[in-house]
Design a protein around this ligand. Structure first.
Ligand SMILES: *Cc1c(COP(=O)(O)O)cnc(C)c1O
Ligand code: SF4
Length: 350
C-alpha cells in the first residue's frame, strides 16, 4: 500500500486489548467486542483519545466499539443509501447528473460507530490500484455532464501526498470538471496530517472545496482550527457536515455549540444528516420529528450562518432531500415565524 500513509499517529487505539488497557471498555465485554472487531474496523487517533473523559461522552460514543453493534434491526441495510447500484466502475458512484463521487480508498483516520459505509471501510481495504484509478478517471473524462467530482471514501486525506497529487492532476486534466470537493474528517481527527506537502497537492485552477465532518463542538480544538486555517489559506472554502446522533449532539445546546464553533472556525455548516440505517447503529437514532424540533429551536436565535440544511438520504438509494423544518403551509396560506406562530399570507404574498 505505497499509496497511503494510513497509520494514524503513534498511540492510536486499534484493538480490543488496547481499548480495555485504556479504560475505554470493560474486560467483561471482551468476547462481544471481539465479535464487533471481526466485522467493523476500530481506530481512535490520539487527538480524539485526548477528548474522551468517559466512554459514553459525545466523543467516546462516536468511536468506541459497543456490543450493541452486533444487533441489526429489521430496517437496517448493509448499503443504506444504495451506493452499489450506482457504481458504473470501481471507485465511482454516480447518482446525480452533474456530479459523481470518486472513492480512491476506504481507509479513515478513525472509524465512526454510526458510519453509513461501515460494511466497507477499514484499514486493509479499498485502495484503488493504478489501473483501477486510471479506469475511474477515464470514466469521468468520458462523461461531460459531470462538472463536479467529490473525493470521499474512506477519507481522501489519508492518501499519501504523492497519490493525492496524482488524482488532483488527473482531474485537472479533464476539461469539463470545474469543481473538486473533498469530504474528510482528518482536520479534526488527526490534524497533524494537514502538512504543507499534503496541501501543495491540492493546488489547482479548478474550484477546490472541502467539507469537514464533525459532530460535536469539542472536536474543533485549537489544533483542528489551525489545520482548517491552513486549508483556508490555500483559497479552499471549508464547509461542515454533521450527523444527528443520540447522545452526541441531540440537544439544542449541543447543536448550537457545534454550529457556532464551526462558524468561529470560518466553516459554514452545510448539511446535518439524518442517521443512515447502517447495521448496528440504532443506538444513535434520533427520530426525524425530534430533529425538526431541534432545528426549529435554533431558528431566529442563532445566526443564519450557523444553520445547515437538515437532510435525509432516502434509504434504498433514492437521493438526498431536505427534511425541514418547513415554515410555509401552502394549502392553508400561512407561514410560521421563528417562534412557531402562524401568520396568514395575503394572496399577493404567496
Ligand atoms: C451525497 C452525494 C453527493 C453530493 O450531494 P450534494 O447534495 O451535492 O452535497 C453526490 N453524489 C452522491 C452519490 C451522494 O451520495
Ligand atoms: S469518517 Fe466517514 S467514512 Fe470514515 S468511518 Fe466516519 S463516517 Fe465512515
Amino acid at each position: 500500500m505505497d499509496g497511503c500513509n494510513h497509520q494514524p499517529a503513534p498511540g492510536a487505539i486499534r484493538s480490543v486489548d488496547a481499548l480495555i488497557d485504556a479504560g475505554l471498555a470493560v474486560a467483561g465485554d471482551r468476547s462481544a467486542l471481539d465479535a464487533v472487531a471481526a466485522r467493523y474496523a476500530t481506530a481512535i487517533p490520539v487527538a480524539f483519545r485526548a477528548l474522551i473523559d468517559h466512554p459514553d461522552d459525545p466523543i467516546g460514543l462516536q468511536v468506541i466499539p459497543h456490543p450493541a453493534e452486533l444487533d441489526t434491526a429489521a430496517h437496517e441495510l448493509a448499503d443504506p443509501i444504495g451506493d452499489d447500484a450506482f457504481s458504473p466502475v470501481p471507485g465511482i458512484v454516480h447518482r446525480y447528473a452533474d456530479r459523481a463521487l470518486l472513492k480512491p480508498l476506504l481507509i479513515c483516520p478513525l472509524y465512526c460507530r454510526f458510519c453509513f459505509r461501515r460494511e466497507h471501510v477499514g484499514p486493509d481495504g479499498g485502495l484503488l490500484d493504478d489501473a483501477a484509478l486510471a479506469r475511474a478517471l477515464d470514466w469521468l473524462g468520458a462523461h461531460p455532464a459531470i462538472g463536479e467530482v467529490i473525493l470521499t471514501g474512506g477519507d481522501p486525506l489519508m492518501l499519501s501526498p504523492r497519490r493525492l497529487g496524482h488524482i488532483v492532476t488527473g482531474l485537472d486534466a479533464i476539461p469539463h470538471v470545474h469543481t473538486i470537493r473533498l469530504h474528510t474528517r482528518v482536520p479534526v481527527a488527526d490534524p497533524a496530517r494537514i502538512t504543507d506537502a499534503l496541501l501543495d497537492t491540492l493546488e489547482t485552477e479548478k474550484a477546490m472545496w472541502l467539507v469537514v465532518h464533525a459532530n460535536h463542538a469539542t472536536e474543533l480544538t485549537a489544533a483542528a482550527r489551525t489545520a482548517l486555517r491552513r486549508i483556508q489559506a490555500r483559497a479552499i472554502p471549508v464547509l461542515g457536515q454533521s450527523v444527528l446522533l443520540r447522545g452526541v449532539n441531540d440537544s439544542s445546546e449541543a447543536l448550537e455549540a457545534l454550529f457556532r464553533a464551526m462558524v468561529g472556525a470560518r466553516v459554514k455548516p452545510y448539511y446535518l444528516h439524518q442517521l443512515d440505517p447502517a447495521p448496528g447503529t440504532a443506538r444513535f437514532h434520533v427520530p426525524i420529528a425530534e430533529g425538526r424540533r431541534l432545528m426549529a429551536s435554533l431558528r431566529g436565535r442563532v445566526t443564519g450562518l450557523a444553520w445547515p440544511t437538515y437532510v435525509l438520504d432516502i434509504p434504498g438509494g433514492h437521493g438526498k432531500v431536505p427534511i425541514g423544518p418547513d415554515y410555509l403551509d401552502p394549502a392553508a396560506g400561512t407561514v410560521r415565524d421563528p417562534d412557531g406562530i402562524p401568520h396568514v399570507l395575503a394572496a399577493g404574498n404567496l
